[in-house]
Design a protein around this ligand. Structure first.
Ligand code: GLN
Length: 249
């Protein structure tokens, strides 16, 4: 970023973009522009250069197994530079198939394993059926409100190692594996989650968390001027109430 410019990178937009995942990039862009930032989005396909040193925020969406297979080698081939950037605090959002590929390995539906980048201490095994439906989680990030709403559709079941922090606790839906009530993973400023939706338009407080991280990482001051988010938050709260029956498990 120079001055009030932000550069986002969208990894594998042609392969990894299910259920409106691209809407996350649009939401980030629009919320930054409303605050006076000029935003550029760099689409990065396999073999394209990824200038991580000048990127403020990285996004990768979900994908079908065959699309994950097409990008896995390229993604893992960038492991060293990605890990260095993550350690340096690059804000990154990875949804579903992208999230799975940030773990150690991912088992596709026919039983074979794809290698992962290994940033998150987790692995994803093939499940006997697909986890499909609306999800509400209670986030471990410092968000207000601290609920996140989304939609999941995945065959993989993700299991975190004991030291790996989850993104949150499942209130409704399956999340990582339908057993331990955990959803997603967080390490440094990298967030992985099963929530499509698109996630960020439904959860503007999370969109602003990412923008604050991006701005703060470069300038040391992640304070953002507030935006009128009343309508989005009303929709968010309505969905939380509808899906959890107003109560919490
Ligand atoms: N192919 C992966 C799975 O089925 C990811 C799907 C997705 O990104 N929605 O688990």
């Amino acid at each position: 970023m120079t001055g009030r410019r932000l550069l986002f990178a969208h990894l594998y937009p042609g392969h990894m973009n299910l259920y409106g995942d691209r809407g996350n990039v649009l939401a980030l862009r629009r919320r930054a522009e409303w605050r006076g930032y000029v935003v550029d989005v760099l689409d990065v396909n396999p073999a394209d250069p990824l200038p991580l040193g000048s990127i403020d925020l990285l996004f990768i969406g979900g994908g079908e197994d065959r699309h994950q297979e097409l990008v896995a080698e390229d993604f893992v081939g960038r492991r060293q530079e990605l890990v260095a950037a993550f350690q340096d605090g690059l804000p990154t959002l990875a949804i579903c198939g992208g999230y799975q590929l940030l773990g150690h390995r991912y088992q596709v539906a026919d039983g074979r394993w794809l290698p992962g980048v290994g940033w998150f201490d987790l692995e994803t095994r093939n499940g006997s059926d697909r986890a499909v439906g609306n999800v509400v989680i209670e986030s471990r990030l410092d968000l207000s409100p601290n609920t996140l709403v989304g939609f999941e559709n995945h065959g993989g079941r993700t299991f975190l190692a004991s030291g790996q922090e989850a993104l949150g606790r499942v209130l409704t839906g399956q999340g990582n594996n339908g057993q331990d009530h955990m959803e997603g993973a967080v390490r440094e400023r990298v967030v992985g989650t099963y929530l499509h939706g698109s996630l960020l338009p439904k959860n503007p407080q999370l969109a602003d968390w990412f923008l604050a991280q991006a701005v703060g990482a470069r300038t040391g001051n992640g304070e953002l001027p507030p935006l009128d988010t009343e309508l989005e938050l009303r929709a968010h709260v309505l969905m939380v109430e509808r899906l959890t029956g107003g109560g919490r498990r």
